[in-house]
Design a protein around this ligand. Structure first.
Ligand SMILES: [Zn+2]
Length: 80
């Protein structure tokens, strides 16, 4: 990972990480997103829990999907 960005290798969404993504953190913000809207952050193995907790602490429904996903047809765990 010397040169950083490699478009063929999706990377962790955590700022300043840059490791290859191994999971998708699928979420939405109930205040601004429709119920069928999906946002996706990619995460390396180290940061998947960090990113999930970051979103969950804000009350956002969030689900972890192994591998890379665009969020389509992912069921979110609605909190409330
Ligand atoms: Zn990471």
């Amino acid at each position: 990972m010397i040169l950083g960005i490699n478009p063929s290798s999706p990377q962790c969404s955590r700022a300043a990480c840059g490791d290859d993504a191994v999971a998708s953190v699928v979420w939405r913000n109930p205040k601004i997103h429709a119920p069928d809207r999906r946002k996706v952050w990619l995460a390396c193995a180290e940061h998947v829990t960090y990113l999930r907790d970051f979103l969950a602490s804000r009350g956002f429904p969030v689900t972890i999907v192994d591998g890379l996903s665009d969020g389509t047809d992912v069921t979110l765990e609605e909190t409330s």
